[in-house]
Design a protein around this ligand. Structure first.
Ligand SMILES: NC(=O)c1ccc[n+]([C@@H]2O[C@H](COP(=O)([O-])OP(=O)(O)OC[C@H]3O[C@@H](n4cnc5c(N)ncnc54)[C@H](OP(=O)(O)O)[C@@H]3O)[C@@H](O)[C@H]2O)c1
Length: 239
């Protein structure tokens, strides 16, 4: 397996938690970033995971997370940027502006700061190339107007990913995983779920495991950088 740990942001629930658990199952070491303490965080801790708590909504918060990671490990095999916020765009301008700043902070600025601050740890990895993986969204390329603030910051993250891929080659590969309908949100009504399912050529909600398989595919391939891999059951094909 990988000799150095993999940092996952937003590992306290759902996809991030699954990635952490599956990496552990397969023998990897994990540094798990989380914001909210949950019973699942305690189970990760019991399995030997190094935990780093922090809110990525501010420059200071993201830099504090980077500092805590540096204190925890001298090397990283990969960073997986999974932490994310997802809500429909507000109508009221002040609320929308605050929401936009929040999405920018979590989806773009925090990954930029963490990549920049932690690149030396990736370059120090015992196996090369190391990896940065940004979890984006199929909406980055085919936006949903009701979520324009969310979608445009995920698109910005994909553009940043291309800059980092150029800047950090050849020691570090930088790629995106673009999920589609992986895990419905509690806010998704039965009608919304049925509508989404009708747009998925492969006909079902993906679950988190296909994201793990995509992550492993990127980590284990030393000739892919600057790519964005849809993991969406083909939903990006829907009109
Ligand atoms: N689920 C899907 O079907 C789907 C579809 C397309 C794209 N994606 C992408 O796939 C990734 C995982 O999806 P998911 O559904 O598992 O996401 P999720 O349930 O919304 O979880 C997001 C994670 O990010 C953390 N987070 C949010 N804001 C944060 C902040 N300010 N500082 C630090 N951590 C913060 C959350 O921590 P708390 O527990 O503290 O809130 C949580 O652990 C995300 O990047 C998402 O955009 C998912």
């Amino acid at each position: 397996m990988y000799p150095d740990p993999i940092l996952i942001t937003g590992a306290g629930r759902r996809v991030g938690l699954h990635l952490a658990q599956r990496l552990l199952d397969d023998g990897a070491q994990v540094v798990a970033h989380y914001r909210t303490q949950t019973p699942d965080i305690a189970t990760l801790q019991a399995r030997g995971v190094t935990l780093v708590q922090g809110d990525l909504d501010s420059t200071e918060g993201a830099l504090a997370v980077a500092t805590a990671v540096r204190e925890a490990t001298p090397r990283l095999r990969a960073i997986v940027h999974n932490a994310s916020a997802f809500t429909p765009s507000a109508d009221e301008p002040h609320a929308a502006a605050a929401q936009y700043r929040h999405f920018f902070a979590v989806h773009m600025l925090a990954p930029w700061l963490l990549n920049t601050e932690l690149a030396p740890l990736l370059r120090a990895a015992q196996t090369t190339p190391a990896d940065i993986v940004h979890i984006t969204d199929i909406f980055a390329e085919r936006p949903n107007p009701q979520f324009d603030l969310y979608c445009s910051t995920k698109a910005g993250l994909e553009n940043l990913s291309l800059s980092f891929a150029q800047r950090y080659a050849p020691q570090i590969k930088v790629n995106c995983i673009r999920p589609g309908p992986i895990l419905f949100q509690p806010s998704h009504t039965p009608e919304i779920r049925a509508n989404i399912l009708a747009q998925i050529p492969l006909g079902h909600e993906g679950g988190a495991e296909p994201i793990y398989r995509a992550l492993r595919a990127l980590l284990d391939n030393d000739f892919i950088t600057g790519a964005a891999l849809p993991v969406d059951g083909g939903r990006h094909l829907a009109r």
